[in-house]
Design a protein. Sequence first.
Length: 358
Amino acid sequence: MSSLFARTTRRITLAHIRHVPRIPPSGATGVVTRVYQQVEHDFGLLAPPVALHAPAPDHLAAAWAILRETLVVEGEVGRAAKEIVAAAVSLANSCPYCVDVHGATLAGLTEGADAGHVMADRIEAIADPSLRELARWARASGPVRSTQPVSAPFPRSHAPELLGVAVAFHYYNRMVNVFLQDSPLPPVRGRAREVARGVAARMMGRLARVPALPGASVDLLPAAPLPADLRWAAGQPHVAAAMSRAATVFEAGGRRTVPAGVRQLVTDLLPAGAPSLTGGALWLDDAVSRLPEEERPTGRLALSVALASYRVTDAVVDAAGADVSGGSLIELASWASFTAARRAGALLGDEFSTTSDS
């Protein structure tokens, strides 16, 4: 059953969603209802980054599964460590919405100034050495460093959870940058904004302390084999199940909605992600010129989401969305987001497939 807080915040949180239909709990059916119930029970409120997927119900279930089974579920890694990875990856992807949410959660879980240092992108100022190393590792995993593997500051046994959080947020940051407003906080400045952040920290910290057992979300989707590039998840069955099932959903959505030539172009250009960021619109124009004219709006959005989602404009979304429904637009963006996210995870997790535990 939803809490009073979850029910009273539904309208506010759904108002954060842009470009696709907002589906309230009163209008939900089937798997959307089941996911909404789990989100409100385990996360404490109907989180907009999850709810934005509702026009594509199987994608909603997939997105929730990778978030719940990595970040929310109790495991070997404490929630504060997971939140600092979430916030630092969000910094790397220039996603202010996720930085605000997960920086506030970290502030609610920890004492001192470390959460503020993360939110201000002052990683080296973090006092806790273990959190500082995690933040440094996660911060370096963004698109500018996407071709450079970074040594993980944790043992193999922690990889499914911490790599899982990193991959989940490489996915979510891209979706949030496209489909949500810039921040969940009220549009205020100065002292009022600090007060709002303090309230959010207390609320999110309290919600993050509610325990969640593993595996509840995986049955929302059919079983699927774990792809080779997600093998770092194998040490935790619930994480592996979430990642494998979500990967199958996102790939199927991509095949339905994204033309084969666009999928190939994104896949080919992802390894050159860092140079592409400096090319701006001219680089993007040149890249999509390889596609048939009718596929260029889709190609422009897919490439932008995968390589630099913070640069996606309303015009780019509207051009691609002119020919597809809200659900198909989610499928397109989800495919591009998860393609980029799993590549980041494969690079980050490569050492765990070749070295022994430490």
